[in-house]
Design a protein around this ligand. Sequence first.
Ligand SMILES: Nc1nc2c(ncn2[C@@H]2O[C@H](COP(=O)(O)OP(=O)(O)OP(=O)(O)O)[C@@H](O)[C@H]2O)c(=O)[nH]1
Ligand SMILES: [Mg+2]
Length: 200
Amino acid sequence: MLNKTSFFRAVTDAMTLPKSSFEVIFAGRSNVGKSAVINSLCGQKNLARTSKTPGRTRSVNVYSVEMGKWLIDLPGYGFARVNPMEKALWQEMAHKCIVIRQTKKTVFVVIDGFIGPTELDFDMFDYLKSYGIDFKAILNKCDKIPKSANVKDEEVYGEAQKKAAFDLKIDAEKIFALSARKQIGIENLRKTVEKLLHSV
Ligand SMILES: Nc1nc2c(ncn2[C@@H]2O[C@H](COP(=O)(O)OP(=O)(O)OP(=O)(O)O)[C@@H](O)[C@H]2O)c(=O)[nH]1
Ligand SMILES: [Mg+2]
């Protein structure tokens, strides 16, 4: 189902979007690989634009999996070069999309699996909790975690998942440790996303 996903719309004001039946939203710090995760989830290289330069995604980008079932790529937060004005605009853009717009949704907070959750990520989880928004976490770029040759990827990714569960105080089942670049751990995420989209 996800391989049929296509670009739907890019907006700055989420309130201008039509009705949906379910939205899977990807939020997270700039450059953690939100757009890359969407691409590997959909098995399409160039669906969402990725970049080495943080701050690539500047609008709320909506991708349609099926009629009314969307994946949403949000601009990243915590990008050092944005001025306070832009920061406020980001907050408004995300707040409208995540909170004001009342739709069925799950927010996946994408975290850098090598760096681990930062203060900004903790703030994001607190924010989602305070508004009662359903959320999960993705630890992307786990391929960057150093490992010795005889250790399996699953072990390394499993450890990262456990550590994040402890740090974030959330169930390990809600955390997906993966590498969008190396396509490791994507299948598990795909199943979960498909299940969410099928739930309506
Ligand atoms: N090593 C590694 N690099 C990755 C992975 N996923 C993405 N990247 C790289 O990280 C950079 C940022 O990826 P994007 O997908 O553009 O990140 P983003 O979170 O959408 O960034 P913004 O749109 O700026 O918020 C790119 O250079 C990607 O190639 C991964 O799993 N492993
Ligand atoms: Mg992006």
